[in-house]
Design a protein around this ligand. Structure first.
Ligand SMILES: [Zn+2]
Length: 274
């Protein structure tokens, strides 16, 4: 019975996808994809095809919801889908973020209210500005101004779409713990051997005030470390490789992409940082 239900469900989905992908990729989306994925011309034809297919599946199966006063345009939807699907372009075994149903777009960075307990033992509210969030079994929330900024500056190491969808990958097989879905036991063991010590060293470097390249926000927990390291991996590959060579290799093995080969990313440490 369960098998029959599954075959009905997935058979239906497979048929819907086949129908969707039988239609040509809309020409007017191509320039949007080119802006969102600056290394598009370096992808193999198989990867490019996968990217275009995944973008269409993403847009057909996920719901975009306006948070606040914003009307969601095609450019916004295609930009976000392209940036997200770029992460899995070389991972044919991964489906298109299967647990994600909804993307909420805010026009600008939004404020989150957290309750804290003061020294007098009474609760008070802290307001934190956020540009994105990814919820376990819930939506991805993105501030469009920050998404657009990420597209405009592809080598500054900040990209909220990469960040939040790295979280989605991390949460694909359970809670956010900094470990994305890995195929083999060997790969999982290597992750434990390399990633968590790299995180511990990063936290220690932060504490000692050493320059680390990776955004200090990564010290929050291993999940944030994976998300911010992914931003640097795709946007500042050469620098990440220099500062965290083991981490670079680990991310290259996971994403099956080697952004150092793409060129164009900064090779020098920004002036004034030692
Ligand atoms: Zn995060």
């Amino acid at each position: 019975m369960i098998r029959k239900l599954a075959s009905l469900l997935f058979g239906g989905r497979a048929r819907r996808r086949a129908k969707l992908l039988a239609t040509p990729f809309p020409e007017k989306w191509r320039p949007i994809v080119r802006s969102a994925v600056p290394h598009l011309h370096l992808l193999t034809s198989v990867q490019r095809q996968k990217l275009e297919n995944d973008i269409r599946i993403f847009l057909a199966e996920k719901m975009f919801v306006a948070g606040g006063d914003i009307s969601i345009t095609e450019t916004m939807r295609v930009t976000i889908a392209a940036g997200a699907c770029m992460l899995i372009v070389a991972l044919p075994q991964l489906d298109v973020f299967p647990k994600l149903r909804e993307i909420i777009i805010y026009p600008h960075n939004f404020t989150e209210e957290i309750e804290a307990i003061g020294p007098d033992g009474r609760p008070y509210a802290i307001h934190r500005t956020r540009s994105g969030e990814a919820w376990h079994r819930g939506p991805v929330v993105l501030a469009w101004n920050t998404v657009a900024q990420g597209v405009a500056s592809p080598h500054d190491g900040y990209n909220v779409v990469i960040h939040e969808f790295a979280h989605v990958l991390d949460m694909q097989e359970g809670a956010a713990d900094g470990q994305p879905p890995l195929d083999t036991r060997e790969a999982r063991e290597k992750w434990v051997r390399v990633f968590y010590p790299a995180f511990d060293k990063f936290v220690d470097d932060q504490r000692r005030g050493r320059y680390t390249l990776v955004d200090p926000y990564g010290a929050t927990n291993p999940a944030e470390f994976f998300a911010v390291a992914s931003e640097h991996f795709f946007e500042q590959a050469t620098l990440l490789q220099r500062f965290h060579p083991d981490l670079y290799d680990l991310l290259r093995d996971f994403y099956q992409q080697d952004p150092i080969q793409w060129g164009g990313d900064p090779r020098r440490i920004p002036r004034g940082i030692y």
